[in-house]
Design a protein around this ligand. Sequence first.
Ligand code: GEK
Length: 245
Amino acid sequence: MSKKNSQDNIYAAPLDKTVDFVFDKNVVDVFPDMINRSVPGYSTIINLIGVLAEQHAKPATRLYDLGCSLGAASLSMRHRLTEEACEIISVDNAEAMIERFNKILERDNSKTTVKTVCSDIQDVDIINASVVVMNFTLQFIPLPERENIIAKIYDGLNDGGCLILSEKLAFPDKGVNETQIDFHHAFKKSNGYSDLEIAQKRNALENVLIPETQETHIQRLKESGFSQVFTWFQCFNFASFIAIK
Ligand code: GEK
């Protein structure tokens, strides 16, 4: 099996102590397998991000993919774009992710320019944007900083432009929340993860991935000024919102 298709067994063996999850080289090596087996609907969302981006992209504008990892959403947009002179800006603060994505880009010769940037999202200016994607990234940003990031994206979008925001969700009702988590774990088990792997990964993400409720996301997006905000995809505790300026 080639490296880029390696199977995720990072949490398969018992660990002495919990260490917070980081996006390092070990994760990069197994990332496509990890995210496909962990996020219900991931490949559907990636595919449809291309379709939604195609609807909103305007000539000579920028499309941002914030927290791009190995560029799945960037490439989905790139492969569908027909507008002239668009530029995709793909940002991630994990050096190992950007390095691997640059290698993937060497083998992809579609027309639209893709510029990769290794940086914290908070340090990136959003300018002349027709589409901004945050596909499962805001959930890793500290809670007090999320509002500023959404406001910055709103300011950088042109009128009619859109933000596609995918997130793991929490639910206000404790029972519903637990049931959704059970469903998600059943999904992971059906994809071959053991109970130990699921439990150890959950612990590693505990302080790193902080999910919010659908209501919180929608309210924040509306308060930032977006004119249309709605959920266009949901499977268990994973959802994707679109916010149109
Ligand atoms: C995909 N969108 O395949 N600044 C920049 N990048 C960040 C930051 C930050 N502050 N915090 C986290 N990241 C991708 C999947 S993964 C989701 C996104 C997951 C990056 C982090 O390095 C990682 O690559 C990505 O956000 C989150 O469609 O693994 O659950």
